[in-house]
Design a protein around this ligand. Structure first.
Ligand code: PLP
Length: 395
């Protein structure tokens, strides 16, 4: 049986979600139509919105369905930039955001906006003083991710939100990795805009949402019909939205149990690898970390080679974010922690989900050990290290 350890890339759809979605395929009325089956679809849509809102303690009217996390990020950032361009042209973000945020910021830079990319510590956390110092009279938006997709570190979201609110700057967080996995309260944390995605929480791909705090104006990203209170054109994807809401409902019911179970499995896997395989290091903070994330660097070898050999053993993992894997560039996230190029190349992300078991993780460690040994035997860098030749690996 294959062992799936790439839950940060995407998750297996929960059987109960499939059941709910299959049922919803029969609700074929258009929610914008006024006759009975249209109203039926509308009612299902609104019920789903209510369920999703509860996950982050938002009002139902503050949830807007989108096609994915990427769309939500684009909408939030471009929407604020366009709306507030008369007020200012400065945005603050971090160097290690997902490309959905980074590339949107780069696009805006080409269109007259100025962006400050805050550095992160070796632990993968921003420094609040850096944030305070970066604020200018022209700052209109702070966008900082909740939990990092590669190294899993969680940012001091409430502190950032409090600073942003005091300074009257909008605060967006990309919570695609943290939504329904970590406790989030948009009111308590002073979050103005929040992005989430269904496929990271055992719903299907192709559905996401943007939380927009009541009263915030945002230009539309998709122009079209009057859907989503005239803010996002496009006929709503009812089966996917129903599935997303079902996944939220399940995640809330199972929250404490899953969080504790996944954290325990993650710690077990992490400790075993770090103690039983030499020349390994954990990337990112141990404490402020998403429950399921284990990202480890293996010196002297390539993460891609580890991945291929794990795959041959029926184990699915990742060497960086799914969107950048396949590219030869080292991960921008690992480089931002101060990792050297070779070290960044040798990283493995094992992301654990609710369907994993302790037995699976023990099997992964047992299979990983000979794989790492074999790859090191073939590595000229390891050979040099053994011979005592000074190189990149000193740290
Ligand atoms: N933001 C983060 C932190 C992510 O991890 C991802 C997906 O990996 C996205 C945004 C994009 O989400 P989606 O795949 O739904 O477009």
């Amino acid at each position: 049986m294959a062992i799936y350890l790439d839950n940060a890339a995407t998750t297996r759809v929960d059987d109960k979600v499939i059941e709910a979605m299959t049922g919803a395929l029969n609700i074929y009325g258009n929610p914008s139509s006024v006759y009975t089956i249209g109203r039926e679809a509308k009612s299902v849509l609104e019920k789903s919105r209510e369920t999703v809102a509860k996950v982050i303690n938002a009002e139902t009217t503050e949830i807007f369905f989108t096609s994915c996390g990427t769309e939500s990020d684009n909408w939030a950032i471009r929407g604020v930039a366009e709306t507030l361009k008369e007020k200012g042209n400065h945005i603050i973000t971090t160097v290690f955001e997902h490309h959905a945020v980074l590339h949107t910021c780069e696009y805006l830079e080409k269109n007259g906006f100025e962006v400050t990319y805050l550095p992160v510590s070796a632990e993968g956390i921003i420094n609040i003083e850096d944030l305070k110092n970066a604020i200018r009279p022209t700052t209109i938006l702070i966008t900082v991710m909740f939990g990092n997709n590669e190294i899993g570190t969680i940012q001091p979201i409430k502190e950032i939100g409090t600073i942003a609110r005091e300074k009257n700057i909008l605060f967006h967080t990309d919570a695609v990795q943290a939504f329904a996995h970590e406790k989030i309260d948009v009111k308590d944390m002073n979050i103005d805009l929040l992005s989430a995605s269904g496929h990271k929480i055992h719903a299907a791909k192709g559905v996401g949402m943007l939380y927009i705090r009541k009263g915030i104006k945002l230009t539309n990203l998709l122009h079209g019909g009057a859907q989503e209170k005239k803010r996002r054109g496009g006929t709503e994807n009812i089966p996917n939205i129903v599935g997303f809401a079902k996944a939220c409902e399940i995640a809330m019911e199972e929250f404490e149990e899953n969080h504790a179970k996944i954290t325990k499995m993650r710690n077990h896997l992490m400790e075993r690898i770090l103690t039983e395989i030499p020349h390994t290091r954990l990337n990112g903070s141990r404490e402020s970390r998403l429950a399921g994330n284990c990202n480890i660097s293996f010196d002297f070898i390539e993460g891609e080679s580890i991945l291929l050999m794990l795959d041959m053993n029926g184990i699915y993992a990742s060497s960086g974010s799914a969107c950048t894997s396949g590219s030869l560039d080292p991960s921008h996230v690992l480089l931002s922690l101060g990792c050297k190029h070779e070290q960044a190349h040798g990283s493995l992300r094992l992301s654990i989900g609710k369907y994993n078991t302790m037995e699976e993780l023990d099997e992964v460690v047992e299979k990983l050990k000979p794989i790492i040994n074999r790859l090191r035997e073939m590595s000229p860098l390891y050979e040099n290290f053994v011979k005592g030749v000074k190189g990149e690996w000193e740290h």
